[in-house]
Ligand binder design. Structure first.
Ligand SMILES: Cc1cc2nc3c(=O)[nH]c(=O)nc-3n(C[C@H](O)[C@H](O)[C@H](O)COP(=O)(O)OP(=O)(O)OC[C@H]3O[C@@H](n4cnc5c(N)ncnc54)[C@H](O)[C@@H]3O)c2cc1C
Length: 325
């Protein structure tokens, strides 16, 4: 139950979307414990809109049926401001790229939520208005908001959407972050009496042998601000200090996620020709032939994410590609 403002006594009922007639809504809402005596100020309502089947889109957001027509937003089966804006950016960018004869920008699932959303739409389609829930992404540890610039700024710069001076600020920032991580590796704390006393007051365990500042930062109870007074002058901003801490603390988990991405990348790199005739691929299941012909995935990885395409179909397809292309 979401209070709508500090001044008014109105409540928005989350997750109670409906377009039932008003008299039914009156009965429905009263079934919720605590709302037996509520007064409805505004009834829920539905809106209708036309949409295309997103399976008819290339990952560039160009429609397969009408060449050079790019679509974005609600017409592609999504709902939401950010979903529409993100697709608008990519569709507009790729339309411009096509005019210039450049390759499309297709963000990968490990690079951006935009990549997850567009891949879901064009690979799996959608029966309900699609919303970009974070749970749809498999590499959430990599898609952090603190590293959005690291994931995407270069693409923005290459596409002339990020000014050179802004890009340079980003490059300088990354250099400072990486230099600081290297520096922290070289700073050592020895198990001296005063250091151990400080560690105890910071709620950390005493040292029995020497340790680098970087290793100290890996302790769950430590963060950059706690060790800052003991590591000499730095010129990092607060945001950069945070990034240094994240990169050091979660290195093991981040590296593990990157290894998974690497494995997936090998499949992502195996391209499927757009004009392939799936009917000619022997031993491919009928369902696989139909879905692959309809969706026309651009890579083996995309093909493997289509519901109904099983690992046996992928093996058959790989053998066919090896023999014929
Ligand atoms: C009541 C309501 C509340 C919502 N609340 C939220 C919310 O809280 N958070 C959220 O994330 N999302 C919300 N949404 C959903 C969100 O508003 C939409 O999903 C999003 O705005 C879709 O953007 P779009 O650009 O795809 O389409 P639109 O914003 O609908 O833009 C399409 C545009 O095309 C124009 N157009 C149509 N036909 C033509 C034509 N023939 N020629 C020229 N122009 C044309 C229309 O006038 C319109 O301006 C809400 C939607 C509604 C209706």
């Amino acid at each position: 139950l979401e209070p709508e403002s500090k001044e008014m006594n109105t409540i928005y009922v989350q997750g109670f979307s409906t377009s039932m007639p008003h008299d039914i809504q009156e009965q429905m809402i009263r079934t919720i414990p605590g709302l037996q005596n509520c007064k409805i100020l505004k009834y829920a309502y539905a809106i209708e809109y036309d949409a295309i089947d997103p399976l008819q889109l290339w990952p560039s957001l160009e429609t397969k049926v009408i060449k050079n027509l790019f679509t974005a937003g609600q017409i592609n089966g999504t709902s939401g401001y950010e979903e529409a804006a993100a697709q608008g950016l990519i569709a507009g960018l790729n339309a411009a790229k096509k005019l210039r004869g450049e390759n499309s920008l297709i963000l990968k699932r490990d690079e951006a939520y935009i990549g997850v959303m567009i891949d879901d739409l064009v690979t799996k389609g959608t029966k309900e208005p699609y919303r970009m829930l974070t749970s749809r992404a498999e590499y959430r540890l990599l898609l952090r908001h603190d590293n959005a610039d690291e994931r995407l700024r270069k693409y923005g710069y290459d596409a002339h959407l990020v000014k050179p001076e802004v890009y340079q600020i980003y490059l300088d920032k990354m250099e400072r972050i990486h230099n600081e991580i290297e520096r922290l590796e070289t700073i050592r704390f020895t198990p001296k009496h005063e250091i151990n006393n400080i560690l105890e007051t910071l709620g950390s365990t005493r040292l029995s042998e020497g340790i680098s500042a970087k290793s100290l930062l890996q302790r769950p109870e430590m963060d950059y601000s706690k060790i800052k007074p003991y590591i000499g002058e730095t010129s990092l901003t607060l945001e950069e200090e945070k990034r240094v801490t994240i990169l050091i603390k979660y290195k093991g988990y981040i590296d593990k996620a990157l290894r998974q991405v690497d494995k997936q990348k090998k499949m992502e790199e195996k391209q499927i020709p757009v004009d392939i005739n799936y009917d000619a691929v022997l031993n491919l299941s009928l369902e696989a032939k139909q879905k692959l012909s309809q969706i026309r995935p651009l890579t083996i990885a995309q093909a493997s994410r289509i519901s109904g395409i099983n690992p046996a179909d992928i093996s058959v397809l790989l053998i066919y590609l090896k023999q014929h292309y």
